[in-house]
Design a protein around this ligand. Structure first.
Ligand SMILES: *Cc1c(COP(=O)(O)O)cnc(C)c1O
Length: 440
């Protein structure tokens, strides 16, 4: 690694240079774009972000599950450097190039199922989700889309309609796209022990009564919900829903934008219960930090849109494609799926130890390196967003980048890069343990 993998603070946080930049940001960038951290980045490598004042911070966020292979992963840097010197853009729809086709072939190989597949590339997760809906509508000739409580699918007009939470994603930004319906999901901590099959039956009953399979083009679901609170549905929920979709001519779309590419201790979260989605949407961890997203799916569905119906100026940009090939090679060559499971074992055992001593840690959950703790008022299940905010702030001031999420804003989530060292993880969770000790 090009940077020493150690937390080291040389100023108070935020330091003077960061404060100066924050003043410029406030005058130049609208306040609608918030920042988790008050420090500005200068460099990053592996599990360390160095700020403009020279402080070394531990990264438990990976830029929201993006730098899964580590910041500035060596293979990604080399591949992008070579590509940028060759050409930066031709537009795949004008003069195509190998990198795009190679990424499509790679995604067709690594995504769940060994059926005939096609892949189309875009820039952002939201853009890919929108295109998955377009493809499902073209294939089925139907309009309606069903999504779930606590879902997050993006911030564009269609994906705002698909996202559940009003503040901050939707408030004042309507009217929203029509024909988007919401069904109950599976939230084991708050479901009173409803098992996966029963939760699926509840969702399917509502879908049949309120929408009707004959009107429904697609069911879009995150196999583990991300922004909504790292909610892992009870076992059996996803397979039952996928089976109902198949039996009823509804395209089953897995939004694996956050869960994909080894993050959850499988290459894709759907792999755990052997669910094979008709379409799978990927982004975030796909390209080591470069903007790229994809829709991959059954050839007969993907071929439904007419010639020229899919695309975009930058979709499958050559730099992003080079980065994706290098990132996926890194995941496979460095055994990062197994590494994610090691991280799970280490972090979950620490969180459970904390939970035994502190009943404000209501639920410890997640898989691989997508882990979370839901915070509640002592001895109840009442959400405590203030505690989540205070613990996060305590960690930020001590050089640990940690994110919150959840419909109630009361979930601390951990998304370390899979290349992070055990020492960095230990140090970061020592800081978090101290936070729970000090904050009452
Ligand atoms: C982040 C995210 C999106 C949106 O991705 P963008 O690249 O921010 O547009 C969609 N779905 C899920 C599950 C996500 O986590």
């Amino acid at each position: 690694m090009s940077l020493e993998q150690k937390r080291r603070l040389v100023t108070e946080l935020p330091g003077p240079r960061s404060q100066e930049l924050m003043e410029r940001k406030l005058a130049a960038v609208p306040g609608g774009v918030g920042t988790t951290m008050l420090v500005f980045a200068a460099r990053a490598a592996g599990g360390i972000v160095v700020d403009v004042d020279g402080n070394h911070l531990i990264d438990l966020g990976s830029g929201i599950a993006v730098t899964t292979v580590g910041a500035s992963a060596p293979r990604v840097v080399a591949a992008v450097t070579e590509q940028v010197a060759a050409f930066t853009h031709t537009c795949f729809m004008v003069t195509p190039y190998d990198g795009y086709v190679s990424v499509a072939e790679t995604l067709n190989r690594v995504t769940p199922g060994d059926h005939d597949k096609r892949t189309v590339l875009f820039n952002s997760g939201a853009e890919a989700v929108e295109n998955a809906v377009k493809i499902a509508r073209a294939h089925t000739g139907k309009d309606a889309v069903v999504v779930f409580d606590h879902a997050y699918h993006g911030r564009t007009n269609l994906t705002m309609a698909m996202t559940a939470k009003n503040m901050p994603y939707k408030h004042g930004f309507g009217p929203f796209a029509p024909e988007v319906y919401r069904a109950p999901g599976s939230y084991p901590y708050r479901d009173n022990g409803l098992d996966g099959r029963a939760a699926a039956a509840r969702a399917i009953d509502q879908i049949e009564k309120q929408i009707g399979a004959d009107n429904l083009a697609a069911c879009v679901i995150e196999p583990i919900q991300g922004e909504g609170g790292f909610i892992e549905p009870a076992e059996g929920f996803l397979p039952a829903l996928a089976a109902w979709c198949r039996a009823n001519g509804v395209v089953f779309v897995a939004d694996e934008v956050q869960t994909g590419f080894a993050r959850t201790g499988d290459m894709f979260a759907c792999d755990r219960e052997k669910v094979i989605p008709d379409l799978i949407v990927t982004a975030k961890g796909i390209a080591g930090g470069l903007p790229l997203s994809a829709v991959t799916g059954r050839a007969e569905i993907m071929e439904a849109p007419h010639a020229g119906g899919l695309g975009g100026t930058y979709g499958g940009n050559p730099l992003a494609c080079a980065a994706a090939l290098a990132a996926i090679e890194t995941i496979e060559a460095d055994g990062l799926v197994a590494r994610a499971r090691e991280i799970e074992a280490a972090v979950i055992s620490r969180l459970r130890r904390l939970q035994v001593e502190d009943n404000r840690l209501g639920d410890v959950r997640g898989r691989g390196a997508m882990l979370a703790v839901e915070l509640v008022r002592a001895g109840t299940a009442e959400p405590d967003p203030r505690l989540a905010r205070d613990v996060a702030r305590y960690a930020h001031q001590r050089g640990v980048i940690v994110l919150t999420c959840g419909t109630y804003g009361n979930v601390l989530r951990f998304l370390p890069p899979l290349s992070i060292s055990d020492d960095l993880l230990d140090d970061a969770f020592d800081v978090l343990a101290a936070a729970f000790g000090e904050i009452r």
